[in-house]
Design a protein around this ligand. Structure first.
Ligand SMILES: O=C(O)CCC(=O)C(=O)O
Ligand SMILES: [Fe+2]
Length: 271
C-alpha cells in the first residue's frame, strides 16, 4: 500500500451537517464538510440565473479563460471568473456568516479573498487535474492550511454530472499529489443545490467527469487565504467599483482595501 493509500479512506466521507462544530471536526479529520440548505428559494434561483447569464455572456463574447489545472483540450467545461463583479448575490456569499465562521476558525482574521469564480461542467467532460488548492505554497508545507474554499452548489452535484471528487484524509499528507498519484481513489461529493462544501486547501480533489447527455453542473468557489498570499484575482484592477464603494468592513479586509502591516498606503490602511 502506498503512503497516500494508507491515509486516504474513501469510506470516511463526512455526513452533511449543519452543526458548525461537527463541521470543523470533519474538516480537521477528512479535509471537508458539507452543509445543506444554505441557499434556497429565490436566492438560489437568483444566484444560479446570474451565473448562467454571466457564462452565456462570456461565451457569446469570446471572454472565456481556462484555468491552468483544466485540461486544455476540454471545451465542455466553463470557468466564469470574478463573479463578484457580475451580481451582488455573490457578495452575500463571500460574507455569509457560515463562510466567515469557517474562515475565522481555519485561517484566522484578517484573511483575504483570493477569488470567487465558478466552474460549470458540461456533458462529456469537465474533469480537472487532481490537485490541492495551495499548490503555489513551496513545500515543505507548515502544519496549518494556508487557504480554504467554500464551494456553493448552484445545481445538484451528482456523480454523473461531475460532482467535485475528493480524497478524504489526503490533507494529512501535507503535500501536493505527485504526478504518479493522479489516479488515487476519490469519491464524488454528492449534495443538492443550495448546499455548501467547505474544504481546506491541502485536501486533494478535482472536478468530476460529466457523463450525462444534457446536464450542466455549476458551482461557485470562494477561495480565501491567510493574508500573506497574493490574491488570485487582482481586485484593484478588476473589481466593479460599486462592490468596494458599498462594501462592509469585513469585505474591505477580504479584498485587501483595509489592513494593517501589509497592503498599506504611506504607512496607513487605504480606507
Ligand atoms: O469544479 C470543481 O468541482 C472543482 C474546482 C476546483 O477544484 C478548483 O477550481 O480549484
Ligand atoms: Fe481546487
Amino acid at each position: 500500500m502506498s503512503v497516500a493509500a494508507e491515509l486516504i479512506d474513501t469510506r470516511k466521507a463526512p455526513a452533511p451537517t449543519r452543526d458548525l462544530a461537527q463541521g470543523l471536526r470533519d474538516i480537521r479529520d477528512h479535509g471537508l464538510t458539507i452543509i445543506p440548505d444554505v441557499l434556497a428559494g429565490d436566492t438560489l434561483k437568483r444566484a444560479r440565473d446570474a451565473l448562467y447569464a454571466a457564462a452565456a455572456t462570456d461565451r457569446a463574447r469570446g471572454r472565456e479563460q481556462k484555468f491552468s489545472l483544466d485540461y486544455a483540450h476540454d471545451e465542455t467545461n466553463q470557468r466564469v471568473w470574478n463573479v463578484l463583479s457580475r451580481d451582488p448575490v455573490f457578495e452575500d456569499m463571500v460574507v455569509h456568516p457560515i463562510a466567515l465562521h469557517y474562515v475565522r476558525e481555519i485561517l484566522g482574521w484578517p484573511a483575504l479573498l483570493g477569488n470567487i469564480s465558478a466552474n460549470i461542467t458540461g456533458p462529456g467532460g469537465g474533469e480537472m487535474v487532481l490537485h490541492a488548492d495551495q499548490i503555489f505554497v513551496p513545500e515543505p508545507w507548515s502544519s496549518e492550511p494556508q487557504g480554504m474554499n467554500v464551494a456553493w452548489l448552484l445545481d445538484d452535484f451528482t456523480e454523473a454530472n461531475g460532482a467535485t471528487r475528493f480524497a478524504p484524509g489526503s490533507h494529512k499528507l501535507n503535500r501536493a499529489p505527485r504526478p504518479d498519484e493522479a489516479n488515487v481513489a476519490t469519491i464524488p461529493l454528492e449534495a443538492p443545490a443550495g448546499s455548501i462544501v467547505v474544504f481546506e486547501s491541502r485536501v486533494w480533489h478535482k472536478t468530476g467527469h460529466n457523463r450525462t447527455a444534457s446536464e450542466t453542473r455549476a458551482g461557485a468557489f470562494a477561495w480565501y487565504t491567510k493574508p500573506i498570499y497574493r490574491a488570485q484575482e487582482n481586485w484593484f484592477l478588476s473589481l466593479k467599483p460599486e462592490v468596494r464603494q458599498f462594501a462592509s468592513e469585513e469585505m474591505l479586509v477580504l479584498l485587501g482595501y483595509k489592513g494593517d502591516l501589509l497592503g498599506l498606503v504611506n504607512g496607513a490602511s487605504p480606507v
